[in-house]
Design a protein around this ligand. Structure first.
Ligand SMILES: CC(C)(COP(=O)(O)OP(=O)(O)OC[C@H]1O[C@@H](n2cnc3c(N)ncnc32)[C@H](O)[C@@H]1OP(=O)(O)O)[C@@H](O)C(=O)NCCC(=O)NCCS
Length: 173
């Protein structure tokens, strides 16, 4: 058996785990929305995610995304102050910035999305990336700072790649 084949026993285990995870993820998503974050109900939020506490309404996450464990998404800055910057010590004047993740995106584990960034639809952010700039639709970014490593990807409603297979790798659709 090569490492891409899944045995019947593993399949059974995966379906049990995903059933339980599905319930936990729905509750977790609901909790984020109750706190004022703009997260679409269809999106899966894994464990240990940190969303900016100062400006919850500034975090926008679209439909059918998967936000990996340990991801942090920010919507304010400390050193840059809002308004006209007259008083840099004014604690009541943080710079608030709306941060967007589009539909059908996979934000891999332990990524950091900086305030004000807009990630398009059908995008992947590679594990451990620091996203400092906007990401165009249908692209993969990775690294610190995150750079585009692939374009033209297509993502499913489960935030998985449509135009990639084990045998063919990436292909045109
Ligand atoms: C981004 C990802 C999907 C791979 O995409 P890919 O298009 O197949 O990328 P490749 O493996 O062909 O790598 C292309 C380049 O990007 C780099 N790269 C890939 N992922 C990277 C990452 N997370 N951080 C930094 N660089 C990365 C590779 O080193 C390679 O660089 P090179 O061209 O200099 O050799 C994958 O690396 C990843 O991060 N997967 C997430 C895994 C995960 O989080 N699993 C938990 C599931 S919840």
């Amino acid at each position: 058996m090569d490492n891409t084949q899944v045995s019947k026993k593993q399949k059974l285990f995966f379906s049990l785990v995903s059933y339980i995870a599905g319930i936990v993820q729905k509750l977790r998503n609901l909790r984020w929305r109750m706190k004022g974050y703009d997260v679409h109900p269809s999106t899966i939020m894994e464990r240990n995610i940190s969303l900016d506490k100062l400006y919850p309404a500034g975090i926008h996450i679209g439909k059918n995304c998967l936000i990996g464990a340990g991801t942090m998404i920010l919507s304010h800055d400390h050193c840059r102050r809002g308004g006209d910057n007259i008083d840099a010590q004014d604690v009541t004047n943080p710079l608030l910035l709306d941060t967007y993740i589009g539909d059908r995106c996979f934000i891999a584990t332990r990524s950091l999305i900086l305030p004000g960034v807009k990630i398009g639809n059908e995008c992947i952010v590679g594990a451990g990336s620091v996203v400092t700039k906007n990401v165009p639709d249908n692209s993969i970014v990775a690294g610190n700072p995150a750079k585009i490593i692939r374009t033209g990807i297509r993502m499913s409603e489960r935030a998985t790649l449509l135009n990639w297979s084990v045998d063919r790798g990436y292909f045109e659709m």
